[in-house]
Design a protein around this ligand. Sequence first.
Ligand SMILES: Cc1cc2nc3c(=O)[nH]c(=O)nc-3n(C[C@H](O)[C@H](O)[C@H](O)COP(=O)(O)OP(=O)(O)OC[C@H]3O[C@@H](n4cnc5c(N)ncnc54)[C@H](O)[C@@H]3O)c2cc1C
Ligand SMILES: NC(=O)c1ccc[n+]([C@@H]2O[C@H](COP(=O)([O-])OP(=O)(O)OC[C@H]3O[C@@H](n4cnc5c(N)ncnc54)[C@H](O)[C@@H]3O)[C@@H](O)[C@H]2O)c1
Length: 470
Amino acid sequence: MSDVFDVIVIGAGPAGENVVDRVTRGGLTAAIVERELAGGECAYWACVPSKALLRPMEIVAEAGRLPGLRTEPIDVQAVLARRDETVSNYDDSGQIRWIESVNGTAVRGRGRVAGPRQVEVVDGEGGRRLLTARQAVVLATGSTAAIPPVPGLAEARPWTNRESTGVKDVPERLVVLGGGVVACEMSQALYALGAKQTTMIVRGDRLLGRVEPFASDMVTESLRDYGIDIRFGTEIVNVSRPVPGGEVTVDLSDGTRLVADEILVAAGRRLASYDIGLASIGLPEEGPVKVDDSMRATAVEDGWLYAVGDVNGRNILTHMGKYQARLCGDVIVARATGGKDDLPSMRDRADHIGAPQVIFTDPNVCAVGRPEERARREGFNVRTVEYDLGRVTGAYLQGDGYKGRAKAVVDEDRRVLLGVTFVGPGVAELLHAATIAVVSEVPLDDLWHAVPTFPTVSEIWLRLLEEYGL
Ligand SMILES: Cc1cc2nc3c(=O)[nH]c(=O)nc-3n(C[C@H](O)[C@H](O)[C@H](O)COP(=O)(O)OP(=O)(O)OC[C@H]3O[C@@H](n4cnc5c(N)ncnc54)[C@H](O)[C@@H]3O)c2cc1C
Ligand SMILES: NC(=O)c1ccc[n+]([C@@H]2O[C@H](COP(=O)([O-])OP(=O)(O)OC[C@H]3O[C@@H](n4cnc5c(N)ncnc54)[C@H](O)[C@@H]3O)[C@@H](O)[C@H]2O)c1
């Protein structure tokens, strides 16, 4: 097998795989190096299994809102078996076949940048191979769970996203460090599957720090209603687990001591720019690999290095990594073949506008664009409108006691939407309409003619526009 390719991608997560798809479509050859499982964190230990574990909880909650419906207690083993199916039983042969089907070459092993356009791969047996790229090397190495330097924490071998999404025996007593997206989603999923004494330790004063405050409040209320104990303004100061796999003792900054079966760390991600040879080309070995809007690393001579997905630090979301990968792949093809490399589809706009995100808690939190605080900070002439989703007929028909809320952030000067947030059961699928409106800057007077169907939850659009004054 030749060791020279047009493009070499390090990391076969969703971002890396999409680069291969685009560059091979454009007629280039590509190798993709993967040290673990092709498909990446998302497919085996993040997005996919977490949503498989959350779905039963959501269905039970929905059924509970409709008189006349009764659900059996969740069959935990059946849920875990389905989770295993969704992660292909941690087998990546399907992904490898897909890479080959788009004419990519999958290379097993750990990749490191060994110099300009050169990647050294060390396989599981210590065998070394040097790959050379004619055109570009793309870093798509993703991220790993960050473990804060709390005394005793690392030694206690805490759960991260990996063990929690791959859970086999649900711990009854669970302590969760963090109040972000992973902490909220996994606390709720594990609670529903049997972790009936779940305590979240949150150092700040609210959950989900990046969304509109009302969304944080609604999730807090729901998690507490489920029975999850949330301690705000508290830090973990010491952890000990004298017997491996035994009980864990957690000391808090307020002097309280908790004893649990397991501790889950959900304190953000460490970007995987370390240990991939970046020092050999003069780049920092920690933190984001800085890129321009074509995903080309800004501090590298001759422009042969690119970075997509989590590792460039723009947004830790699968769909954003895939978007970056599509435009990066097209740019590399254009630059290799002398085509136009600055078409509108070839520059990152979406990351700057505010990435769409769905947080799959009950209630769902969906947001796109700028929250109010950011829009004001950026100097827009802001007006906001809010509406109680439970008052929309389509939402009421979903079940009794439907609680939800929507907020739109409007740029008054141009009468376009800067950001939209929906919170409510099952509102995930509402988000894309908002994404289209925000990204395309559809004037409110045009949105007025996008008539939502009766009786759907989408009538929230009409209510928001009426609140605005249309
Ligand atoms: C619990 C959890 C739930 C999440 N849920 C969602 C969700 O619902 N929606 C969403 O959009 N995002 C979600 N995310 C975020 C999402 O998982 C990431 O944004 C996404 O996986 C990033 O894709 P990536 O391709 O950049 O990196 P990754 O998926 O991390 O893939 C990187 C790949 O590179 C490989 N690699 C790394 N270094 C090397 C090396 N030196 N040599 C060879 N291979 C290497 C890794 O083994 C890995 O396979 C979630 C994250 C977590 C932790
Ligand atoms: N549905 C989704 O889209 C989804 C689901 C899960 C994860 N993700 C993404 O994956 C990324 C990782 O998620 P996450 O929840 O780990 O990160 P996060 O950034 O959302 O939350 C991290 C939390 O840990 C806390 N924290 C950080 N360091 C701490 C310390 N030293 N001591 C105490 N608390 C500390 C923060 O205050 C915050 O509450 C996020 O960017 C998230 O958007 C997305």
